[in-house]
Design a protein around this ligand. Structure first.
Ligand code: ZN
Ligand code: ZN
Length: 267
């Protein structure tokens, strides 16, 4: 799995000018095991949830977990995945009046989903409004046997850091052919692969999806090309942020006022 990426260790735009136009800003989350509070940005940490809004649950028939492969009865509480406060991710554009982004998912395998992944749900909130209403104290959690280990992020604090990155799988094939000799030369000079030099294949907001496989960009129901909102990926140098699964990528359409979102999963 990818090492933590701190941005290209040189000016890639100058060395390979054709890449300059494809560079994108991305915010690395750089999670570390810890005990974030509800009013902190986190991965797998407690969420600032309004007390008058039921915690989300999933009752999709047939969702299941190893090893018993049985579907639990009733509904399963979803689990916190990412909470981001606008103050920590200045490059992320929030809808008007909102300053908290929350991602939860059902930690089971969903055979009806396009790739049998966890089922993510996205929320935008106002911190002031939640505090005015009161925050939910006891967030329900799934019981043993009601979750897939790999979809249970452990609590981590995050250190959002802005870097510039370049496409990996999203590099147009023709350009890739053209650039290959120069990329080979760079790889040799720095003793690293292109992906290690130029791509943030880790937990991040914005930039390019941290695909492990060929791109599969979603469109919204009205046919708009969606933008990459965030990638959730396992990071090996951390104690079990997530197990051994692939990445889950969340996309957003800002052209539609209701901000529809979609996800993709690969491994
Ligand atoms: Zn489910
Ligand atoms: Zn749309």
């Amino acid at each position: 799995m990818a090492q933590s990426f701190a941005g290209p260790p040189f000016d890639l735009d100058d060395l390979i000018p054709e890449l300059a136009a494809l560079g994108r800003g991305t915010t690395l989350l750089l999670p570390k095991s810890g005990s974030p509070s509800v009013q902190e940005s986190s991965l797998g940490g407690p969420m600032l949830w309004p007390v008058d809004e039921p915690w989300p649950s999933c009752g999709q028939p047939g969702h299941w977990a190893w090893p018993n492969e049985k579907s639990p009865a009733g509904t399963i509480p979803m689990v916190p995945v990412i909470q981001l406060f606008a103050r920590d991710v200045p490059e992320l554009q929030f809808p008007e009046g909102m300053d908290v982004l929350q991602l939860v998912w059902c930690p089971l395998i969903h055979p009806q989903d396009q790739a049998s992944s966890a089922l993510p749900k996205l929320y935008w909130r106002s911190e002031t409004n939640v505090l005015a209403t009161g925050a939910l104290r006891d967030i329900p959690a799934p019981q043993e046997g009601e979750f897939e280990e790999e979809f249970m992020p452990s609590p981590c604090t995050v250190s959002p850091t802005s870097v510039r990155e370049y496409p990996n799988w999203d590099l147009p094939q023709e350009l890739q052919q053209t650039l290959k000799p120069r990329i080979d030369e760079l790889e040799e000079r720095f003793g690293m692969e292109y992906t290690g030099l130029a791509c943030a294949l880790q937990n991040k907001v914005g930039g390019y999806p941290a695909w492990n496989q060929s791109p599969d960009w979603p469109a919204c129901q009205r046919g708009h090309h969606m933008e990459h909102l965030l990638s959730v990926t396992p990071e090996e140098d951390l104690d079990m942020v997530m197990g051994d699964l692939g990445g889950i990528y969340v996309f957003l359409c800002r052209q539609c006022p209701e901000l529809p979102y979609a996800h993709r999963y690969d491994c």
